[in-house]
Design a protein around this ligand. Structure first.
Ligand SMILES: C[S@@+](CC[C@H](N)C(=O)[O-])C[C@H]1O[C@@H](n2cnc3c(N)ncnc32)[C@H](O)[C@@H]1O
Length: 283
């Protein structure tokens, strides 16, 4: 039987997650790595149906639930959102020699397609929830491929894209700025701008609507932004931005890059169109 989160355990989970988010930066990495498996072991003993082995696809679970596929969005969309990102980047000219940063890479939805496509050491991921990456390596990507392609990960929440000491040709941030209020959205775009190659582009999603008020990270609920605010955030970080007509079931894509590449960006926005309506507003 699949038990759904009720109002009560959702609230308890949110309180625990909030507490952990505040505490985790004070806990040394080795301690974190030793303690976390025990915490998740206890969690899955209480909720065995949420263990990935119970149902690898996470069927019936809700976005944000403690299952590596469900945590990052509706589990039934895991394949679709992977393809959506990969096809967008390849349509925009991604080749194996490019360096890609997957900002908030989560359970490697995009990573499981990007890592085999890209050349040795060309995939980078930033993700504060380290266990999502480990589960995705075990269940989606495989250790052999990690050995072969040598992706690089940083388990941080400070958007420090420049920490790797390389410049990125492509940065993808799918469903990241749909969970940030303006302060974190700004920090994220500033972080990306510091590490964007001269000809590099950021491809990111947000939820279009009246700009939300508040600060920090909200999850699994979404924040909203009007386009003029998204554009202002990019401009303040020294980038130009333009919306993209690329399908997404719930969000809107935009592209941002150095102002010198404004023409190229507009041309990309003109030619990048979905070849078919693979996603629909109802999914
Ligand atoms: C909706 S999921 C999207 C994951 C991934 N981009 C995808 O398409 O599947 C949001 C992700 O952002 C991560 N996240 C939360 N705070 C973050 C931060 N400060 N920097 C980067 N990622 C963050 C979450 O842990 C989660 O994996």
């Amino acid at each position: 039987m699949v038990r759904q989160f009720g109002q009560y355990d959702r609230h308890v989970r949110d309180v625990i997650r909030d507490l952990w988010t505040r505490l985790r930066k004070h806990v040394p990495g080795p301690v974190r790595r030793r303690v976390l498996p025990h915490v998740s072991g206890a969690y899955y003993r209480v909720f065995p149906e949420r263990h990935p082995d119970a149902d690898p696809a996470g069927t019936g679970l809700r976005p944000g639930d403690a299952h590596y596929r469900a945590y990052v969005g509706p589990p039934g969309d895991f394949d679709l959102i992977a393809a959506n990102q990969f096809t967008l980047l390849t349509a925009a000219g991604l080749r194996e020699q490019h360096r890609v940063l997957d900002l908030g890479c989560g359970s490697l939805r995009a990573g499981r397609l990007l890592i085999p496509y890209l050349g040795l050491g060309r995939y980078y991921g930033i993700e504060p929830n380290e266990h999502l990456v480990h589960e995705a390596v075990n269940r989606e990507v495989g250790r052999d491929l990690v050995e072969l392609r040598k992706p690089t990960f940083a388990f941080v929440d400070d958007f420090s894209a420049d920490r790797f000491g390389v410049e990125f040709d492509f940065v993808v941030a799918q469903s990241i700025f749909s969970h940030t209020h303006r302060d974190l959205f700004e920090a994220g775009v500033v972080g990306v701008a510091k590490a964007l190659a001269p000809g590099g582009f950021l491809f990111a999603t947000y939820v279009d609507g009246p700009t939300s008020t508040g600060s920090g990270w909200v999850y699994p609920e979404c924040t909203m932004f009007g386009w003029s605010d998204v554009e202002a955030i990019a401009n303040d970080a020294g980038l130009s931005a333009t919306p993209l007509d690329w399908p997404h079931p719930r969000q809107r894509w935009f592209i941002a890059g150095h102002p010198a590449n404004q023409e190229q960006m507009l041309e990309l926005a003109r030619v990048i169109r979905s070849p078919n309506a693979a996603t629909s507003a109802t999914t």
